[in-house]
Ligand binder design. Structure first.
Ligand code: SAH
Ligand code: SF4
Length: 348
């Protein structure tokens, strides 16, 4: 059943701590029934901070000349993938700024092929590389990637225009989501919450968009201002506690409204609170993406202010993550792809 817009606005507008606790509990019950309490890990490799786009909120946008650009070598990326495989993470995510040139497309194709080879086909591969043609998406799918994350960012098209240069198009991005579906991917999208000028009615419409597009996965998070962007005036006055609460409410409302999809608890939550990601699991998320990018490159991938720089490819972090997850009564889906239940149902 299509979620009720007014009901969503009501949930998203809750402020009272007891009512919020009830909201998270209700979402957690639905998560338990629909997808269980296993957390799926996807190690994230931040492959490159080179980006041809200039989104006004993003720290690595092309207009920011104030930091060094990098691209991780094939060898290093494969080392990180191998680490992931050895840790028995079922999947990894390859994320980067957007590039559409032939050399990049070939590099990614080769990387996917190599990751599949080193893991005997076992590591699941999610891509998050922005807007490309359906042909390129199909090529990467054939090489072995099977999930793709492309956030729509906001479905309020007027707001979209205020956050992007004129040549960044909402319609193109939405078409990309549809191309991805046609190419065979499990499709993930998402939005940022707390954008300047965004209302709870906008967020309710975002959730209805997720429903109408029948998405399989969501990766959403609070917007966190960055000092080197056109929105830098928002850094001062930014309230991390409020942003965390918004992020958790969004996860809970999506779990309640959309039930059996995969929902990630994102690094942005962790940037706001050391236990932010665990709180995300308790509010209804079931996927966690440890950052396994070599720390040498981390400083270069600051999409937003205060991005955590933890060395999650250190064995001790793996231990502490496992402990935190068992402390909330959940287990880790080692060696499993943890595909979206929603996708499986559609395929049947
Ligand atoms: N270039 C690709 C993938 C990397 S950006 C793409 O844009 O799809 C990944 C996500 O980072 C974006 O979708 C955006 O939602 C998020 N992001 C960018 N700047 C942010 C900020 N200041 N606060 C929170 N999230 C941000
Ligand atoms: Fe590039 Fe993605 Fe940042 Fe936009 S959000 S500037 S596409 S990295």
């Amino acid at each position: 059943m299509r979620p009720d817009r007014n009901e969503l606005i009501k949930l998203l507008s809750l402020q009272d701590p007891d009512e919020l606790a009830d909201l998270y509990k209700r979402a957690y019950e639905i998560k338990k029934q629909q997808v269980g309490t296993k957390v799926y890990f996807r190690g994230i490799i931040e492959l490159s901070n080179i980006c041809s786009k200039n989104c006004f909120y993003c720290g690595i946008r092309s207009g920011n000349a104030d930091f060094k650009r990098y691209t991780i070598s094939m060898q290093e990326a494969l080392r990180e993938a191998k680490w992931c495989y050895d840790q028995r993470y079922g999947s990894l995510v390859v994320q980067a700024g957007e590039r559409t040139d032939a050399a990049w497309i070939d590099f990614i194709t080769e990387l996917i092929t190599n990751i599949k080879e080193l893991s005997d086909g076992k590591l699941g591969i999610t891509l998050s590389l922005g807007e490309l043609s359906e042909e390129v998406y199909a090529r990467w799918f054939e090489a072995g990637a099977h999930r793709y994350l492309l956030r729509i960012e906001t479905t309020n098209q007027d707001l979209y225009k205020t956050l992007h240069p004129a040549d960044h198009s909402f319609e193109t991005r939405r078409e990309c989501l549809r191309s991805l579906r046609r190419a065979g991917y499990q499709v993930g999208t998402g939005v940022m919450i707390g954008l300047p000028g965004q209302t709870m009615a906008d967020i309710a419409d975002d959730i209805l968009f997720f429903y109408d597009e029948d998405v399989d996965m969501l990766g959403m998070g609070p917007y966190i201002p960055h000092h080197n962007t056109p929105l830098k005036h928002l850094v001062e006055g930014f309230d991390p506690d409020n942003a965390l609460q918004l992020g958790l409410k969004l996860i809970a409302a999506c779990r309640i409204a959309l039930k059996d999809i995969n929902i990630a608890t994102t690094t942005a939550l962790q940037a706001l609170h050391p236990d932010g990601r665990e709180q995300g699991l308790l509010a209804g998320a079931n996927v966690l993406m440890p950052n396994i990018t070599n720390t040498e490159f981390r400083d270069g991938y600051q999409l937003y202010e205060g991005k955590p720089n933890l060395d999650e490819n250190a064995d001790e972090t793996m231990d502490s993550l496992s402990q935190k997850i068992s402390a909330i009564g959940e287990s880790i889906g080692f060696d499993e792809w943890g595909d979206s239940v929603h996708f499986a149902k559609r395929m049947n």
